[in-house]
Design a protein around this ligand. Sequence first.
Ligand SMILES: [Zn+2]
Ligand SMILES: [Zn+2]
Length: 318
Amino acid sequence: MIRLSRHGRMRVVLSRILWPVLFGGGLLGTGLALSSDHPLVWFNVTYVAAAAVIAVIERWMPHEEVWLRSDRETVDDLAHTLLNKGLVQIGAAIASSLSMVAATVVEPALRTPASPWPGDWPLAAQVLLGLVIAELGLYVAHRSAHESRFLWRFHALHHSVRRLWVLNTGRFHVVDSLFKIALSQTPLYLLGAPLPVFLWISAITAFTGLLTHCNIDLRTGPLDFIVSTPALHRWHHSKVLAEGNRNYGENLVLWDRLLGTYYNPARRPPTDIGIDGRIAPGFLRQLVQPFTADGVRAIFQVLPEPARPSRDAVRSTD
Ligand SMILES: [Zn+2]
Ligand SMILES: [Zn+2]
């Protein structure tokens, strides 16, 4: 029987409790932020603090030692994160500032007696219902991004990383992000979900995302059957298509389990992750790449066509 040192025992305990502790801490911070006078500011403080704590723990108890090495993509990862989060938060700020207008003008106009949203449920139950509905949109968007050649050109950026760590959580092409937001949030708007439900779902998605990409040695056990954990998401970044085209869930694994894409084998996920295609270096070139013929060819690893002999040259060989 192997006896663990005190440090070893503490590490085992931490690996089991850190996911719920960090996620719970994020939600607690969100609750305090939403009840403050400056919800967006305090939400961002909570988010950055959670990311910083995760980054420190990654160095102390990494899942993959080799993923601690720089991939020279940190600046690009940060730039994509700021662009995506910035757009989402501008949207949230506009929605918040318009909430009075929405409450007094738009909602009464939209809320017919047949409005199906159960607004009289406790907020936690409404958020859970909203999460299940939004997750179906996220699932459809994510799975389509893997199965459609048109959409993969945007999603490939996220999968081009050679290591997983907290900072590449937000490395998404902005078109990819907007597509996911549209598919996940439109059904909630149509059903008449109130603003707090959107804010809580955004917060839950933000903290789950930080944790699914973190490089901390976590044992999530039973959670792997309910929520999207790093253990599941590491398979999603596999180079092997049969492993990578699985676990599309962003927060919950419900739709993966119902639609046959859940993958959780009892072995270690691959260390060597990424894609075969080539992603341009630099934030701006990465944004433009899916819109240019050469960029798309690089993403799909299509070699340039060999120069064809001109008609004259063909004739001359007759
Ligand atoms: Zn993906
Ligand atoms: Zn990912």
